[in-house]
Design a protein around this ligand. Sequence first.
Ligand code: SF4
Ligand code: SF4
Length: 56
Amino acid sequence: MAYNINDACISCGACAAECPVECISAGDDKYVIDADVCIECGACAGVCPVDAPQPE
Ligand code: SF4
Ligand code: SF4
């Protein structure tokens, strides 16, 4: 289980700045979460303007 960023992402970068374990980085067309590092805190979802990070 980890959070995953869906295609709604507009690459604003807000989530990466909030992640306590720094597992979010810019990908080719959206930001991506390293599922092996994510601790499911939900901070990314809390700051995302388009609700792109979702628990999987
Ligand atoms: S749920 Fe928490 S640990 Fe996982 S990517 Fe989002 S901010 Fe980072
Ligand atoms: S906060 Fe939301 S829109 Fe912004 S980079 Fe993260 S997932 Fe994408």
